[in-house]
Design a protein around this ligand. Sequence first.
Ligand code: PBG
Length: 338
Amino acid sequence: MSSENLTVSETSSPTPIQRPRRLRSSAAIRRMVRENHLTVDDLIYPMFVMEGEAQKVEILSMPGCFRYTLDLLLKEIAEIYALGINAIALFPVIPESRKDDLGTESYNPDGLVQRTVRAIKENVPEILVITDIALDPFTTHGHDGIIDEQGVILNDPTVEILVKMAISQAAAGSDMVAPSDMMDGRIGAIRQALDAEGYTDVRILAYSAKYASAYYGPFRDALDSAPKFGDKKTYQMDAANSREAIKEVALDIAEGADIVMVKPALAYLDIIRQVKDYTNLPVAAYNVSGEYAMIKAAAAQGWIDEKKLVLETLTSMKRAGADLILTYFAKEVALMLK
Ligand code: PBG
């Protein structure tokens, strides 16, 4: 007789009733057995800088997020640093007049990013400044790479420009460069060039598994950087793939990445977990603009409890394996966790 056919009373040693609820019955016991914790140390705050003075413009599709002129950005950075936020990821709004087909403004030593980094390092030297490496804010066509007459994104010529951009950011004092462009071979090329120029301590946060995603819409509004033609599917990853994410992560690690990233986060929690199981490097997740906008929009309608949903969402990323989270909610969360 197989054991499945026995009733409890017929077995010689009945299994005691398992009561998992014992470990949920009070706040104190729940705290004791909690497996994952979200702390302000995990957070990286993406911030937008624009030209001008004394202005702060809210981004329509990202309520609570602003484009700041440098003077006001410095104030805001001092404030968030005081709240315990250790790191920011900087994105520039480049005036149309400074854009061209090759994105040459990206490596101007006196460009907006370079000036901003120098000013932050003078004013709040301890905060980690992470600078984005990609051409889209700087190109007239809005793609992350340079294009030929047929509109094909050219890999190796783009990498040459990305390398110049990385060197100019390092020279300005960037603590960490973050290539978000998804060109092949850029991590290795940037690492070699940084080392050759003496920037051996500048870290690389690689956007390793970056998907071609509709979740980036609000960010492209923030920077006016939406592609003018086509989409980004020839360089960013197909949402249907997971083994390919590991291939990209493996390459970036071999090429010298210090931290690897999965982006977006919420629809890609499985990828975060797979990357975490694959590598012992820190894993970052980018809680992107569309994820932010969805929560803000539902909260504005009164349909969800924003604070609870933000904590639950970011905790799910920690549980999936993220060590670091880039999130527009960073300031809000820092205030909540205080
Ligand atoms: C550009 C870049 C994008 C984001 C970060 N860097 C947009 C894109 O790839 O089109 C998206 C961030 C967000 O949506 O919050 N290389």
